[in-house]
Ligand binder design. Sequence first.
Ligand SMILES: [Zn+2]
Length: 479
Amino acid sequence: MADGSRRAVLVLIDGARCDVLRELLGRGDLPNLARWVIEPGGLTTGTTVFPSTTGVAYIPFLFGRYPGSVDIPGIRWLDRRGAAGSWREQWRAARSYCGVQGGWLNRDIAPAPSLFDLVPESIAICTPLTRGLRSGGNRLTFRRAALGAAAHYVGTYPALDRAVAGAWLDAAAESWRFMFVVFPGVDGISHLKDPFHPAVLESYRLVDRALGAFVARVRKERELPAFFVVSDHGMTVMRDHADPAVMLEADGVPTLRHPVHVWRRGARVATMVSGNASVQLYFDPRSGREHPLTESAIPTAILERLLALPAVRVAACRGDAGGIVVRTQGGRARLTESSGLISYQPESGDPLGLGGHVELDDRDLLARTRKTDLPDAPRQLLQLFQSRRAGDLVLAAAPGVDFRGPWEIPEHRAGHGSLIAEHMEVPIAASVALPDSPIRTVDLMPMVLERLDVTVPSGVVLDGVPFSNIVAATEPLVR
Ligand SMILES: [Zn+2]
């Protein structure tokens, strides 16, 4: 059927947790997902990217790349050169896609074709990533939706999700080959309440009803498209807020930070929070220095003070002799990659909990790390620090804590962004066969392209691989 008639729909339930989705499926609350997606295909637990946060974690689906590969280190990051400039340049340099700079995400991503570029007959509903969409292909813009204040501050997410469902149904009869449909409600309501709140569970059911209505409309006329139903990150309840900026200021270290201290005078450090359970620190942000610091140049007193915080699960920075240094208070290890192998070499302790020295290829290491509390951490730290825009130091939070103060409006009662399993693990349901071995969200785009018979242009690099290759590379799939 290589005739261009194949179609695919990628539904993103922002912030959906694997266990909640499985629980609702078990209760029979998601009958359309069960019948039209999981029965013909399957459901697995995949892993997302670090930082595990909205927008950044959409990049793998739409570009087939890790965020670090396309130079987006977080939802907030510091442009080192601009931070030494005029007041206007300083504001621009303190990048935050959570506010009025939201639209800059599209142009900040390094040159790379998006799924929309490769499949021009695409329609997207409620996405912050729009690059490559032809005119008219962008429906219900994300700015109005998630950032336009009403849903965020007043909690009108059900109305927003219903609008997404309506736009999805309206588009069904149009001519399209790929659809990207984002439901922001689960994420939005979870932040305000908790990931298991009845209103959050109702948001999952709303998506399922929308899927049922869409299927009913398309199957009258044509063969069903391939469906992929995924999430961009998990979510946990935040019992404590441990804002490193507040701590550093109390220690007498002027700290550049969002939302109102981006012009902090005499700043010695900048803290850029993603998620809010990860933070990147940039030292001497007014120096105009463009190159990132390596381990020995990071102020020891600040590093040790941060590592002593119970809120910090793991810290990482660039090594003096290349590679990545991973730290906990009592632990230190090096991550390096060469000739297709990733090496994890503990020097004291075991910061990533892998049990000692490990050297494996990418896929085997993914499988191995899935048994730890930091799934896929080696690859995710390596990919992040590919970007020179990434901070000098990155912290990933321990369960139950994030890195912003309770002053955030509205206060986030739940969040994500860290490397911990409950943030990194996401449901991946597909109406096509899934491999038995672990997959990542970055593998979705190659799979969608394969289903659409769209060849990746020569010279274009993708970080993910199609499911079929993963199966072929490991053991035969027996069902
Ligand atoms: Zn999200």
